[in-house]
Design a protein around this ligand. Structure first.
Ligand code: ADP
Ligand code: MG
Length: 612
C-alpha cells in the first residue's frame, strides 16, 4: 500500500517518507530536516524549543520524561536523572572507572572487564542504548508532531573518534526508538556540509572542525576532495567543555563572597551559565542570589577559562601534527558547539589558525543541519556527494600468546578490505578460533574484543600445512565482515561483526516489545553465570596449556597447576560467585608467568612465521 504524506505546515505533498538528521549530543540533542524548498531547517516543536537537553528522568512509578523537564530533576532527584549518557554508549566499565565520580547516578560493574556498563535506577537496570533510545524517541515524537507526518528514517551523527562499538550502539539505540538508521555520519563531516563545504564536487579543501560542547571537546582535520570527506586526524578531551567554564565562575563567586557551609551550588551553577552566555555579548554581568553577589566582568572570566582554552589549542596543534600539516594548510575553520560562542574561544582559535573562523551558522544547530543534508543525499535528492570516513582504531586478530595482529590499520579509509594468511599451530587441528580485536596495543588483552568465532572442519593435517585466509571488509557504516577460508579444503566461515557488547537484532526486537522496561535481571544471578563462564574458559585454557606445553613446566609447577584447576572446578560446581572468582584469580596468578614465558617463545616464533 502506497502512502502519500501531506505536510500540513507547508501544504505540500511529500513523495516519500521524510528522512531526518539527528544530532544526538552529550548535552543537547536536536532534529533537522530538509523543507520542500530544499533548505535545511531545525525542528522547533511549538513552544518546546530547538534543543532537547539529553537528560532522562524516571519517577517512582517508572514514568519517563526527557529534555527540559528532566533537566529540572538534576537538582531535586539526581539518582533518578540520567545525563551525559552518550559518554556511556558502547563503553565498558573499565573504560569509565576513572570517571565514576562524575556521574550522580549508579553505573553497574558487571565484574567483567569487557561487558557493557549498565545504569541502575531504582530497581531497574538500563543500558546506555535504551537510555539513548528514550532521547531519540522524544526527538522522533517532536519531529512527527511538527511535521505532521511519520518519521521512521534518520541519519544520526557521532563524534569522529567514536569506535565501532560506539557507532553500533548508536545505531541500536535508533532501532530501539523505532528509527531505521540509514547512516551514521561523523559530526565534523555534517558540520562542514552545513557550511556548504564539500558540496561542490570540484572543490579541494582541507578544513579544521573545532567542536566545544557542554562537556566534551574535539577537533578534526578533514580533507575534502571530489565530494569525498576524509578524516585526517582527530584530537580532543572528552572531559572538557562549557561546564568547566561554569564551574570556574562558581568557584570565583564562592571565593569573592567568602562562602562556606551550605552553598546553593545548583543555583550558582545555573546563574554562572547565564553569566557566561551574557558575557558572549556584554562586558559585565551583575546579579544576586539572595545576598550572594554574582558579579563578573569579561576580563576576569577570560582569565579564569584561559587555561582550558589553551588546552584546546594544544589539541589543535596535535591534530595538525598527526595530519602532517601546518596551520597555513587549513583552508577553513568550522566552529561547532554552544561553547564556541565564547569570544575568547573564537579569538584564540582564529589566532592559532591565522584566519577568521566560520561561525555564521548557529553552532548548536550546525551538526543537525548537516545531518539533514546528508539524509537528503541518501534519499536520492542529491547524487553529487559521496561520504568517506576513516576507521579510528586498528582492527586485527589474536595470534599465539595473545598478540594482536593488525589487519586494517587505524586511519584506513572506509570502505576498505584487507587480509592475511595463517596456519595451524598443532598437528591435526581441525578448528581454528578467530578472535577479532580493535586497538593499538601489542597484546590483545589490552585491546577491545569485537568478536570470536571458529572455523570448523579443517581437514586434519600436520601443523603449518593448512592455509587459512582471513579477510576483513569494513563497509561505509563501519560494520566489519570477517571471512575465514581454508584454501586447501575450501572450508569457509563468514561473520558480520556486531561488536560483542552491542545488541543482537533479535534482542533489539525483544527490547522493542518490552519497551522502556528492560527485563529486570537479577544481577547477582547474572554475575554467577558470567563467573562460571569465565571459570569454564579458564579451566579449558589451562588444561589445553598443560596438554600442549607440558614439557614447558616442571613437575611441581604441573601438579600445583592441576591442584588449582581442581579447586576451580569445585567452585564452578558450587555456583558460588566469590569462590569461583577467587579460584580464577589464584589460577591466573600462578599461571601468568608461564604464559609470559610462552609468549616470549611466541614472539620468536612469530619472527620465523606467523602461527595462530
Ligand atoms: P553538546 O554537543 O555536548 O551536546 P552543545 O553544543 O549543545 O553541547 O553545547 C552546550 C554548551 O554550550 C553548554 O555548556 C552551554 O552553556 C554552552 N553555551 C550555549 N550558549 C552559549 C553562549 N551564548 N555562550 C557560551 N556558551 C554557551
Ligand atoms: Mg555536539
Amino acid at each position: 500500500m502506497a502512502k502519500v504524506s501531506i505536510n500540513l505546515t507547508t501544504g505540500s505533498i511529500q513523495k516519500e517518507d521524510i528522512i531526518v538528521g539527528i544530532d544526538l549530543g552529550t548535552t543537547n540533542s536536536l532534529v533537522a530536516f530538509i523543507d520542500p524548498n530544499g533548505n535545511a531547517k531545525v525542528i522547533n516543536d511549538t513552544g518546546k524549543g530547538v534543543l532537547v537537553p539529553s537528560v532522562v528522568h524516571f519517577d517512582a512509578n517508572g514514568e519517563v520524561v526527557v529534555g527540559n523537564e528532566a533537566r529540572d530533576f538534576l537538582i531535586q532527584d539526581p539518582q533518578h536523572t540520567i545525563f551525559s549518557v552518550k559518554r556511556l554508549l558502547g563503553r565498558s566499565y573499565q573504560d569509565l572507572q576513572s570517571h565514576e565520580a562524575y556521574f550522580s547516578y549508579r553505573i553497574i560493574d558487571d565484574a567483567n572487564d569487557e561487558s557493557l556498563v549498565k545504569i541502575k535506577v531504582g530497581d531497574t537496570f538500563y543500558t546506555p542504548i535504551e537510555l539513548s533510545a528514550l532521547i531519540l524517541k522524544e526527538l522522533k515524537a517532536r519531529a512527527e508532531h511538527a511535521l505532521k507526518t511519520n518519521v521512521n528514517r534518520a541519519v544520526i551523527t557521532v563524534p569522529a573518534y567514536f569506535n565501532d562499538s560506539q557507532r553500533q550502539a548508536t545505531r541500536d539505540a535508533g532501532k530501539l526508538a523505532g528509527l531505521d538508521v540509514l547512516r551514521i555520519v561523523n559530526e565534523p563531516t555534517a558540520a562542514s556540509l552545513a557550511y556548504g563545504i564539500g558540496l561542490n564536487p570540484d572543490e579541494q579543501k582541507t578544513i579544521a572542525v573545532y567542536d566545544l560542547g557542554g562537556g566534551t571537546f574535539d577537533v578534526s582535520i578533514l580533507k575534502i576532495e571530489n565530494g569525498i570527506f576524509e578524516v585526517l586526524a582527530t584530537n580532543g578531551n572528552t572531559f572538557l567543555g562549557g561546564d568547566d567554564f561554569d564551574r570556574a565562575i562558581v568557584d570565583y563567586w564562592i571565593a569573592q563572597n567568602n562562602l562556606s557551609g551550605e552553598i546553593p551550588m545548583q543555583e550558582l551553577r545555573l546563574k554562572a551559565e547565564e553569566a557566561k552566555k551574557a558575557l558572549s555579548h556584554q562586558n559585565l554581568f551583575n546579579e544576586k542570589i539572595g545576598d550572594i553577589f554574582c558579579t563578573i566582568d569579561k576580563q576576569t572570566f577570560e582569565s579564569l577559562i584561559n587555561d582550558k582554552v589553551q588546552e584546546t589549542i594544544s589539541a589543535c596543534k596535535n591534530a595538525l601534527k598527526d595530519a602532517e600539516l601546518t596551520a597555513s594548510d587549513i583552508d577553513e575553520i568550522v566552529m561547532v558547539g554552544g561553547s564556541t560562542r565564547t569570544d575568547l574561544v573564537k579569538k584564540e582559535v582564529s589566532a592559532f589558525f591565522e584566519k577568521p573562523v566560520n561561525d555564521s551558522i548557529n553552532p548548536d544547530e550546525v551538526v543537525a543541519l548537516g545531518a539533514a543534508l546528508q539524509a537528503d543525499v541518501l534519499s536520492g535528492n542529491r547524487k553529487d556527494i559521496l561520504l568517506l570516513d576513516v576507521t579510528p582504531l586498528s582492527l586485527g586478530i589474536e595470534t599465539m600468546g595473545g598478540l594482536m595482529d593488525t589487519i586494517i590499520p587505524r586511519n584506513s579509509k572506509v570502505p576498505t578490505k584487507a587480509g592475511r594468511q595463517y596456519t595451524t599451530s598443532i598437528d591435526g587441528q581441525v578448528n581454528m578460533k578467530i578472535a577479532v580485536y580493535q586497538g593499538e596495543r601489542d597484546l590483545v588483552k589490552e585491546n577491545r574484543k569485537l568478536a570470536e568465532f571458529e572455523l570448523k572442519g579443517i581437514p586434519s593435517m600436520p601443523a603449518g600445512l593448512p592455509k587459512v585466509d582471513i579477510n576483513f571488509l569494513l563497509n561505509a557504516d563501519g560494520i566489519l565482515r570477517i571471512q575465514a577460508v581454508e584454501l586447501r579444503s575450501g572450508v569457509k566461515q563468514e561473520v558480520d561483526v556486531k561488536p560483542t557488547y552491542g545488541l543482537k537484532d533479535e534482542e533489539v526486537e525483544q527490547m522493542l516489545l518490552d519497551a522502556v522496561t528492560y527485563a529486570k535481571d537479577d544481577v547477582s544471578q547474572r554475575m554467577v553465570v558470567e563467573a562460571k563462564t569465565e571459570g569454564d574458559q579458564m579451566v579449558y585454557t589451562v588444561e589445553r596449556f598443560l596438554n600442549k606445553n607440558g614439557s614447558f613446566l616442571n613437575q611441581e609447577e604441573t601438579s600445583h597447576t592441576k591442584e588449582l584447576v581442581t579447586k576451580l572446578k569445585v567452585a564452578i560446581k558450587n555456583t558460588n560467585k566469590d569462590e569461583i572468582l577467587s579460584a580464577i584469580d589464584a589460577l591466573n596468578e600462578y599461571t601468568r608467568p608461564f604464559a609470559e614465558r610462552l609468549m616470549d617463545e611466541a614472539v620468536s616464533q612469530a619472527m620465523r612465521g606467523k602461527n595462530i
